[in-house]
Design a protein around this ligand. Structure first.
Ligand SMILES: [Zn+2]
Length: 335
């Protein structure tokens, strides 16, 4: 049993809590702190998740923390798994809880190539507020979501710090410190699209979480694409190249672009794609997280078309109404 353990701050990464423990303990090395908390030297505390939680919860004096609180409120688990099936959500949860070294891979954290150059980030305004409120800064979960560029609370750019995540994954801790150097941010103002996108990412991280299957977003995105003329009437064909072009124009420069393959990936049932790309497309379409998690709509298009045909509307007119050709309508109305 160790004598004290810092209480986590709002939205603080679990990794950051461990960093603060290390600083306060005055231990000569990180190894020493890790051994105290986990009972072994060979623990890697991943920035986005947590190490094995049960040995640690036994070692610390406070009994107020539960594993569920830690995973849901102090790791990026809810963000990364939001759109998984029930089974995958559960297996990812167990891997995270046990500190399994494949947890990150299973959850899709290391898929993105842009991870290579990632640094821990901070909002300059949150940084000052945290020091004023708590006497010290700490790493926020929200600021570390890959692709989030703006602080949803202050609407300003997030700043990179000098702490890079590459190559330092094992047994090293980098606490946020009051003299931590925040690198300069662009002297432009974030666009409305960038702010809305950041707010949607925040929702994906912090909205109430359940273990229901989250795959319904595909049908919802497909319907929105169809209503905007970016997919064929039945949603079978998606005009991905055109969509990629308008999505990239919507977000403007300085923003990781999407390509047509990723657009197909978001809408298709048998491909996995990063949460970031799902949200990028959803935000462009004006969809909220609640929209994406709603039960998928029933598709009545074919029924409507058949009824119209039976009521005597010509195939030509139906084709015009649904933005397709007569031949396609003929195929649909004939049994
Ligand atoms: Zn902020």
């Amino acid at each position: 049993m160790i004598p004290f353990f810092p209480a986590p701050y709002p939205d603080e990464l679990w990794y950051s809590v461990i960093c603060r423990y290390h600083i306060r303990s005055g231990n000569p090395s990180v190894k020493y702190s890790i051994r105290e908390l986990y009972g072994t030297n060979h623990i890697n505390v991943p920035v986005e998740l947590c190490g094995a939680l049960s040995p640690l919860l036994e070692a610390i004096p406070t009994k107020a923390l539960t594993t569920k609180d830690i995973i849901m409120q102090h790791t990026l688990y809810p963000y990364y798994t939001r759109f998984f099936s029930t089974n995958r959500k559960k297996s990812a949860y167990m891997l995270a809880l046990n500190g399994n070294r494949h947890a990150g891979q299973h959850i899709g954290i290391y898929q993105s190539s842009s991870m290579d150059a990632r640094r821990l980030r901070y909002c300059p305004e949150c940084f000052d507020e945290d020091i004023a409120a708590y006497g010290e800064p700490y790493w926020h979960r929200l600021h570390q979501i890959p692709g989030i560029a703006v602080c949803p609370r202050h609407g300003c750019w997030l700043a990179d710090t000098e702490v890079t995540l590459t190559g330092h994954r094992h047994n090293l801790l980098f606490p946020a410190l009051p003299d931590c150097h925040l690198l300069p941010t662009p002297d432009t103002t974030p666009t409305a699209a960038q702010k809305t996108f950041a707010a949607l990412m925040q929702d994906a991280l912090t909205a109430p979480y359940d273990f229901h299957g989250g795959g319904g977003y595909r049908a919802i995105i497909k319907r929105a694409l169809r209503n905007r003329g970016y997919a064929s009437v039945t949603g079978g064909r998606i005009y991905a190249a055109r969509i990629a072009e308008v999505v990239n124009a919507f977000y403007g420069g300085n923003f990781e672009s999407v390509d047509s393959n990723e657009i197909y990936g978001v809408a298709s049932n048998n491909r996995t794609v990063s949460v970031r790309k799902i949200l990028q497309l959803a935000c462009f379409l004006g969809l909220s997280l609640t929209d994406l998690l709603a039960p998928p709509p029933e598709d009545n298009t074919l029924v409507e078309i058949r009824e119209m045909y039976q009521q005597g509307v010509s195939m030509y007119h139906i084709a015009q109404l649904y933005g397709t050709d007569r031949k396609t309508i003929a195929r649909w109305v004939k049994p």
